[in-house]
Design a protein. Structure first.
Length: 291
């Protein structure tokens, strides 16, 4: 059959389309690199998340490689430099990542224990020190978790500011412990008089037998904080995004870090974290300059 110019053009276009489609399929990643915030020490975080990582691999058909940085900013930097594809951020570290690392929230863990998509920051003391109110903490030692932690720094600092307390001057010494568990143990061991931590992580420390609830006093509680999100790089390919979101929605009945047993991951979006941005503004924090 003689090929006319018209049929030749059609065949060429079809051939190009197949080539482009084939190239896109070839470029689709086979490995998913997952960043995890260090709410516990790195090894504990890896162990606590392993079953979820295994399920994510099974449901997506991809090799899943988890990564835990030494601090919150390490996870942000890993996404900014393209070394990870998705990450489990704290609410404030996510807000920073959305501005600095092109991150986009897409899901939040919902646990069987609470069934909620929010939690609180609490300030804890040891009962044997008889520190039962915030005014009694003036001149005492205090631990925050990390500058980029919502419940371990941002919300308690803003909440106390609303009570006319400047945490930089109110306490005799302020430290950043690096993780919620470290702050809890710092109070337990008398290294600091008080600390701000996430209430579900404190509850989990009690469940694990690290501390006894009756040894502690909760002297302050924050407003509700949106749950820590899973976020992906905005430029991650659409097919991978779809596979990951579908897989995470189906992961249930497994332990997830310090949050306890999962009842799946619910959809979320960037707007849900505007309350975190507003809290940062209340502290006059310039998100564009934070790293």
């Amino acid at each position: 059959m003689k090929m006319t110019r018209k049929t030749w053009l059609k065949a060429t276009v079809a051939s190009l389309a197949l080539g482009i489609a084939g190239g896109a399929m070839a470029q689709q990643p086979t490995e998913l690199r997952v960043g995890l915030i260090p709410s516990e020490d790195a090894l504990a975080m890896m162990r606590a998340s392993q079953k979820v990582m295994d399920q994510l691999a099974a449901k997506t058909g991809m090799k899943v490689r988890p990564f835990v940085a030494n601090d919150y900013n390490g996870v942000i930097e890993a996404m900014r430099s393209g070394k990870i594809d998705i990450a489990y951020f704290g609410p404030f570290s996510y807000v920073l990542a959305s501005q600095l690392a092109n991150a986009e929230a897409f899901a939040i863990p919902v646990t069987k224990k609470t069934g909620q998509s929010s939690y609180h920051s609490i300030i804890i003391t040891k009962k044997d020190k008889s520190l039962t109110t915030v005014p009694q903490l003036q001149g005492k030692t205090f631990a925050f978790v990390d500058p980029s932690s919502a419940s371990g720094h941002l919300f308690p600092k803003a909440g106390l500011k609303g009570e006319s307390i400047d945490t930089d001057k109110y306490f005799s010494r302020v430290i950043f412990s690096g993780s919620h568990d470290a702050s809890i143990m710092a109070v337990a061991n008398g290294k600091v008089d008080a600390a701000a931590v996430a209430d579900p992580i404190f509850a989990n420390a009690v469940t694990k037998g690290l501390v006894k609830a009756e040894d502690f006093q909760v002297v302050w509680r924050s407003q509700a904080i949106p749950e820590s999100p899973m976020a992906w790089r905005k430029n991650l390919d659409a097919a991978t995004k779809q596979k990951v979101a579908a897989a995470m929605a189906e992961i249930k009945g497994l332990p997830w870090g310090d949050r306890g047993e999962l009842n799946g991951f619910a959809p979320t979006n960037d707007k849900a974290y505007d309350v975190v941005r507003n809290t940062a503004k209340a502290l006059n924090l310039d998100l564009g300059k934070m790293k």
